[in-house]
Design a protein around this ligand. Structure first.
Ligand code: NAP
Length: 311
């Protein structure tokens, strides 16, 4: 199967929110959705970068949908609540939520609410955002939530006894934990939506290896000298950001994508290629563990300090 962005059905009249829309996979996802007529909300932590991305997409001849900038810092639950409130007031509905933004393997840092940065941003920020936006997706035909995970889910483990890496922090383990949490969240969300009889679907996708700002940002945060070398050696395996965005676009728009499906590239063990259904990390297949993660995430967000402003 060679599914490309040309296969995206017409998105006219639909509203899509893409987190981390100013860079890499988020930018390419926004470009493809706008090209098919969607109104895309570029949800970014830097207004300047979001405006720049908006300019770039507007000048691209292919963009037919409207583009709106939405300030969103996933590392700050007050910002998450404010973003959800803004979407509710401005649009009152939503068709696609693409939980795409992410940080990879920085030294141990904390979000504004005191969570380890990767767990807090990649998982808890998206968890809170999704829950706040679900009412807007509820009655929309074909509504979907796509959560972007990574091949790192396969080596991830949820350390329920040390979620924030307080006792032991390894930046790659913490990335693996956050990306495993992404897929566990997507699966548990699908179970809960189905149990409620909701038509909204939850799916997961990963890009394989894609040339984006993820690796340079990680290197800049750590000052590592060995990782740039490793990335240079692995460079032939990396595909473009546009190719990397295809699995999440497939999950978001393909009529054949299934509820709770997990999509990624079809070649080189999932590192590159065209979108196909790919295996889920065994650790995410334990429904009890997914439910436990959900409940812990709910409790952490509810007890977050400083308290997010209520949407
Ligand atoms: N590229 C790959 O090979 C690869 C592989 C597996 C999985 N992924 C996943 O793909 C997703 C997209 O990453 P990418 O490769 O496109 O990397 P990228 O080019 O670095 O884009 C990441 C985006 O996330 C945003 N972001 C980071 N922290 C945020 C926060 N606190 N609040 C809001 N936005 C925030 C970044 O904003 P700034 O520009 O302001 O930093 C940027 O827009 C991530 O979830 C990543 O884990 C990527």
């Amino acid at each position: 199967m060679r599914w490309t962005a040309d296969a995206i059905p017409d998105q006219s009249g639909r509203i899509a929110l893409v987190t981390g829309a100013n860079s890499g996979l988020g930018l390419e996802t926004s470009r493809a959705l706008a090209a098919r007529g969607a109104t895309v909300l570029l949800a970014c932590r830097s207004r300047a970068k979001a405006e720049k991305a908006r300019e770039e997409l507007l000048t691209a001849a292919a963009s037919t949908g409207a583009l709106d900038v939405l300030p969103l810092d996933l590392a700050d639950l007050a910002s998450v609540a404010a973003a959800a409130k803004a979407v509710t007031e401005r649009y009152g509905r939503l068709d696609l939520l693409i939980n795409n933004a992410g940080v990879m393997a920085p030294p141990r840092m904390l979000t504004r609410n005191g969570f380890e940065l990767q767990f807090g941003t990649n998982h808890l920020g998206h968890f809170a955002l999704t829950l706040a936006l679900l009412p807007l997706l509820r009655d929309r035909p074909g509504a979907r939530v796509v959560t972007v995970t990574s091949g790192a889910q396969y080596f991830g483990r949820i350390a329920f006894d040390d979620l924030q890496g307080e006792r032991r922090y390894d930046r790659w383990r913490a990335y693996g934990q956050s990306k495993l949490a992404n897929v566990m969240f997507a699966l548990e969300l699908q179970r809960r939506l189905a149990a409620q009889g909701s038509g909204t679907l939850s799916l997961a996708a990963h890009p394989g290896f894609a040339r984006t700002n993820l690796q340079p940002a990680s290197i800049a945060a750590t000052g590592s000298w060995i990782e740039p070398l490793a990335y240079r050696l692995m460079d032939p395996l990396f595909q473009s950001a546009a190719m990397g965005a295809l699995p999440q676009l497939f999950a978001a728009t393909a009529p054949e994508a299934r509820p709770g499906g997990h999509y990624g590239p079809d070649q080189w063990g999932g590192l590159r290629g065209w979108p196909t259904e790919v295996r889920i990390a065994p650790a995410a297949l334990d429904a009890g563990q997914c439910r436990r993660l959900w409940e812990v995430s709910e409790a952490l967000c509810a007890a977050a300090s400083p308290q997010p402003a209520l949407a």
